[in-house]
Unconditional design. Sequence first.
Length: 80
Amino acid sequence: MTETTTNPARGTDHISLTVNGEERTVERGTTVAGLLEELELEPRTVVVERNREIIPRDDYGEVTLQDDDTLELVHFVGGG
């Protein structure tokens, strides 16, 4: 019996998620804070929406990303 899967990350040490409309693979167990670090984004200047819910900034290090999560990251840039 052959098992087919639409997600090549399933069953591995990685998960697939969508970040700002683009599919991305990260290590299983990655937190929101870990993703922001990987993307070289400063957490104090980013708002994260996960599956249509805003994640409080204080929770970034505690929220573990799950397979098939959809994230929207809004990065604020100061100017003058």
